[in-house]
Every structure is written in structure tokens, then in C-alpha cells.
Design a protein. Structure first.
Length: 322
């Protein structure tokens, strides 16, 4: 059995041709390097190097053995690298906490792909009602909206632009608002009380308009229920354009974008995870999640480049992609 330190010593001397630079590269004393070469020669029963002037040159045995030496060292490095990969194999338990807005609409189907790609992973997926308050576990969080400092690294995945939506039949019965001041006469569908303190609408030329929605007779705590209620004609409400596009793709004609020039504030989509070096399974999951971010989160989902703005009261359709 060859000693790897002796093989490294011989290979380095073959590269440099002398002891001094070889010892410096290996970080050992010249006497230590010389001893390792002597031990290797004694083990093989033949001299591998001979001195000529100020250089060490290989003997015939040295030339022959050098090729095998390189193969052994390469194989040793490969085996160590593979063992390191095995030690940090993409396997084990991971937990993901996701905002309910994205649980079904985005994350669930992508997690199927991740599990198929990594059979050794065991996934726990939940959607808590509140954002994280501290690094109490090793879960990865995906949150929509503001998140206070909680001891986790916060990375922005994208932003969800929003708009005011209603069913075309509702607008036919109650009229299509042409200015935010007219919203007070309309029924309002509230999501988790997010607009009970008021809603600021931004116009590119007319500035901001702060609107206090009327008391909502129908309040829900799930974005799916929220969109369902608006699509059934219960009233107006704020919906991210990306979610509205998904709804329209499956149920055309159920949602109309109102006041397209008046925009509510967008929502930040954040990826939160512990500080420090991550395990291989966590690193793989983080990179996978980044790759699944829809293009609409990085741009205006309602008005992509080249798409005309929808007219008030018309059913908005997502732009076609070829």
C-alpha cells in the first residue's frame, strides 16, 4: 500500500525538479520532503531520482513510476470527492413554510418536480398564517408581503403587482368605476382584512389616492376563496395580476381589470433561510426555488412589454406566449 504523502512528495519534485520549491509548495521542511522520497524509494526497492548539477532528474524507474503515481493520486482525489458528495447527498428531511397565496398556485406543483429529482428527500410543506418571528427551526420560508427582521436571511424572489378586479356581470349591474372616488359605492371583498386600514392607489400622472373601502360583508382568509368570491360577482377586490392571469387562463371571462391606470402597491415575495453554510439538500432546494420564479414576478404581470393596457370593464386576458 502506497503512502499518499510520499506519492505527493515524489510528484511535486518531478514537477519542480528540486527540493526547495517542492517543499515550499507542500508546506514542509526540505528534510521532511527528502525523507519521504527516501522512504518511497526504499518501499519500491529502486531509486527514483538522481542528482544532476543542481536538479533532481528521474531515473528510468522514476519515469515509469511517475505515470502510475499520477493515476493513484487522481484516483485518491476522485474517491475523496465522491465520499464528500455522499456525505452531503441531497437527501433527508426538509421543511418549507409558504404563504397561502403561493401554496397551491405556485409551489405545490414545483415540489413534485423537486421530489422526483431527489428521491432521497422527505418534504414537509405548510402554510402558516403569520410570517416567521425568529430562526426557531431550519425551515425555508417563502412569504408574500412585509417581513420584520427575524434572524433569517431575506432574499427577494420578485414582486407581485396588483390591480382591482371584478366580474364583468357585476360591473354590468353596478357600473364600471372611472375614478377611485367611485369605489365607495361598490361592494368590497376583503382578504384577511388587508385593506381595512385603507388602500393607496397610485397613478402615473395624478399622484396617489387613498381609498377607505366600505365594510366588507364577505371576508375570507385564503386567496383562492378571495378570487372565487370576486369571480362569482360578490364585488371588487385587489388581486395580484399573476394570480388573475392564472384564473383567466382556466376560466376565461370571469375577471375584469378596473381602473387599470390606478395601481395598488406591489407585494414582495421573499425567500427566507438560516444564515451560515447550508447543507447540500438545503442548497439544492434554494437553487431550485430560484429557478422556478415566474417571469411575471420580475416585471409587470398585467402589462408585459408590447401588451396594450386593458380597457376599463373589459375582461383581461394574459398575453399569449409562443
Amino acid at each position: 500500500m502506497h503512502d499518499l504523502q510520499e506519492l505527493h512528495a515524489f510528484a511535486t519534485v518531478m514537477e519542480h525538479g528540486s527540493l526547495a520549491p517542492s517543499a515550499q509548495q507542500l508546506g514542509v521542511a526540505k528534510s521532511t520532503l527528502s525523507r519521504r522520497i527516501s522512504q518511497l524509494e526504499a518501499r519500491l526497492g529502486q531509486p527514483l531520482l538522481r542528482r544532476q548539477a543542481n536538479r533532481l532528474i528521474p531515473t528510468e524507474a522514476g519515469l515509469l513510476f511517475h505515470g502510475y503515481c499520477q493515476q493513484i493520486l487522481a484516483l485518491a482525489e476522485q474517491s475523496q470527492r465522491r465520499l464528500d458528495e455522499l456525505r452531503e447527498e441531497v437527501s433527508g428531511q426538509v421543511a418549507v413554510r409558504v404563504h397561502q397565496t403561493l401554496a397551491r398556485a405556485w409551489l405545490a406543483r414545483h415540489m413534485d418536480t423537486f421530489l422526483a429529482r431527489h428521491p432521497g428527500i422527505q418534504l414537509t410543506l405548510g402554510h402558516p398564517a403569520q410570517p416567521p418571528t425568529g430562526p426557531d427551526d431550519e425551515a425555508i420560508w417563502i412569504w408574500v408581503g412585509p417581513v420584520a427582521e427575524c434572524g433569517l436571511r431575506q432574499e427577494t424572489l420578485g414582486r407581485l403587482t396588483q390591480g382591482l378586479y371584478a366580474h364583468p356581470d357585476y360591473l354590468a349591474r353596478h357600473g364600471t368605476p372611472s375614478h377611485p372616488r367611485e369605489l365607495a359605492s361598490h361592494a368590497w371583498v376583503d382578504l384577511l382584512g388587508t385593506t381595512r386600514t385603507g388602500l393607496t392607489l397610485q397613478h402615473p400622472h395624478q399622484g396617489d389616492y387613498h381609498f377607505t373601502p366600505p365594510h366588507s360583508r364577505f371576508r375570507v382568509d385564503q386567496s383562492t376563496l378571495h378570487i372565487d368570491a370576486i369571480a362569482r360577482g360578490q364585488g371588487l377586490g385587489v388581486i395580484p395580476h399573476w394570480l388573475a392571469a392564472g384564473r383567466e387562463a382556466h376560466h376565461p371571462g370571469e375577471l375584469s381589470l378596473c381602473l387599470p391606470d390606478w395601481q395598488p402597491s406591489s407585494l414582495t415575495v421573499s425567500l427566507l433561510y438560516p444564515y451560515g453554510r447550508q447543507s447540500r439538500k438545503v442548497t439544492a432546494l434554494l437553487e431550485f426555488l430560484r429557478q422556478q420564479v415566474p417571469p411575471a414576478w420580475r416585471s409587470d404581470g398585467a402589462r408585459e412589454a408590447g401588451a396594450p393596457p386593458p380597457s376599463p370593464g373589459s375582461a383581461w386576458r394574459p398575453p399569449l406566449h409562443h
